[in-house]
Design a protein. Structure first.
Length: 432
């Protein structure tokens, strides 16, 4: 690990100490207890599904797989980390890395799953419902106070240089996986083998991925969150969509690439090229002061142009947007905030914490903010041939080229997704 990253991490922790001190003072709190969370066993079993540590805990602690642990934050005091580390011969015991951030905490290694001592006016955050304390009366303890959680979510929306460096590294590692996935597709592999090639080259086990990789061949490329990996390669290879990420020190990459296969009609390859161009253009539109909703609407306008230029829609781009045609081809939002969660917090709030929901016309949009320096967002325009959404348009007089659409439906769809940080003067694309 580079010394620069360690230095940035210490600055990140110092920044959190200052910001938390002022937020706790504002909420008249003497201390805050943040629970890491823990995995629950499957019903009637002693095994657990993969676990994800609570984001506000990871924001401080540079470890991504911590359970049954607590962080106590108090203004003007060193953060107290109660790390669950039982004597356990079934598992490798928890051990702290030899890294400088460890020195910024008072660390208590705990053999039991106890709640740490709480003094003064306290708030508790995290998945505490499943703990025995959830039923105990605690007069000076506020559980999950909404205004506090909202303020800390807002803090997390703006990434420090350390966090941006982590997302950049997550991207670098993920891209190696994407290159291997593309090579596997060229080699005529099926979905499972493409997934295994991705995992191998991005150096991760499946339980550590930030979200289930979407590896869709042919029609499956048009299933937005396609969740299976077919064992066998299809005979025809029209397309591949890979939406796959990587974590680095808890921070996520979320990258999508789409490829035309040897059996795709030529127009599909042209649409892929057009969507790569659209992604690049939208990335160039990222800058402080830009409304993400306006950028999303710009995506729809350009989608209209692409549909017209490729003879999918025989009207005008303006008409395609106004009549909801582009929404049938792209039902999801332009992107979302990215950080310790793939769909990171505070995307649908105003800076003062009041709700800023997605507009009725674009219900799937996950980010309605005005962009500001420090935000990291995904830019992920899509264009899909989803029967369920296109079918209702067949009974209208809209000038859609149905023979062409029917031909393209075997290709599923296209999404191109990069991860972009907003800077003082514009943007930096974190996806190599
Ligand atoms: N991978 C999920 C998304 O792109 O939002
Ligand atoms: Mn994605
Ligand atoms: Mn995404």
């Amino acid at each position: 690990m580079s010394n620069t990253l360690f230095t940035l991490q210490l600055e990140h922790i110092a920044h959190l100490q200052r910001a938390y001190a002022s937020i706790l003072a504002e909420h008249k709190l003497d201390s805050l207890a943040i629970y890491s969370g823990h995995a629950s066993v499957h019903f009637a079993d002693d095994h657990t599904p993969p676990f994800q540590t609570y984001g506000h805990f990871m924001h401080w602690v540079g470890l991504a797989d911590v359970q049954h642990s607590w962080l106590i934050v108090q203004p003007e005091k060193r953060p107290q980390l109660y790390l669950y580390a039982p004597a356990d011969f079934w598992h490798l015991p928890t051990h702290l890395p030899d890294e400088p951030w460890v020195e910024a905490f008072d660390i208590h290694l705990c053999s039991d799953k106890n709640t740490p001592p709480l003094t003064g006016q306290t708030a508790m955050m995290g998945d505490i419902e499943s703990l025995a304390i959830s039923t105990q009366p605690m007069p000076n303890v506020a559980r999950q106070p909404e205004a506090l959680v909202t303020a800390l979510d807002e803090l997390r929306l703006f990434k420090t240089p350390y966090e941006i460096a982590c997302i950049r590294e997550a991207n670098r590692l993920a891209i190696a996986g994407h290159q291997a996935a593309q090579a596997a597709f060229i080699g005529a592999s099926g979905e499972l083998d493409i997934q295994l090639a991705y995992l191998g080259s991005s150096r991760q086990r499946e339980s550590n991925v930030p979200y289930q990789n979407i590896i869709g061949l042919n029609e499956h490329a048009g299933v937005l969150h396609y969740q299976h990996y077919d064992l066998h390669a299809p005979k025809q290879r029209y397309s591949l969509l890979v939406d796959a990420g990587r974590r680095f020190r808890g921070y996520c990459a979320d990258i999508t690439r789409t490829y035309a296969g040897p059996d795709a009609p030529a127009v599909f390859g042209e649409l892929v090229t057009a969507m790569i161009g659209l992604k690049a253009e939208l990335v160039r539109g990222v800058a402080p002061g830009v409304s993400f909703l306006a950028l999303h609407e710009q995506m729809h306008h350009h989608l209209g142009e692409i549909l017209v230029a490729n003879d999918v829609f025989k009207g005008t781009a303006k008409q395609a947007v106004a009549e909801g045609v582009t929404r049938a081809f792209c039902p999801h939002g332009l992107g979302h905030s990215l950080g310790l969660q793939v769909h990171d917090v505070a995307g649908l709030r105003n800076p003062d914490g009041t709700p800023a929901p997605a507009p009725v016309k674009h219900p799937a949009l996950r980010l309605t903010r005005t962009l500001r320096p420090g935000m990291v967002v995904t830019i992920e325009p899509g264009l899909y041939f989803i029967n369920m959404l296109l079918e209702p348009l067949r009974n209208t007089s809209l000038p859609l080229n149905w023979p062409l659409i029917d031909q393209l439906s075997s290709c599923g769809g296209i999404r191109i997704e990069d991860n972009v940080a907003v800077t003082e003067s514009g943007y930096v694309n974190l996806t190599p």
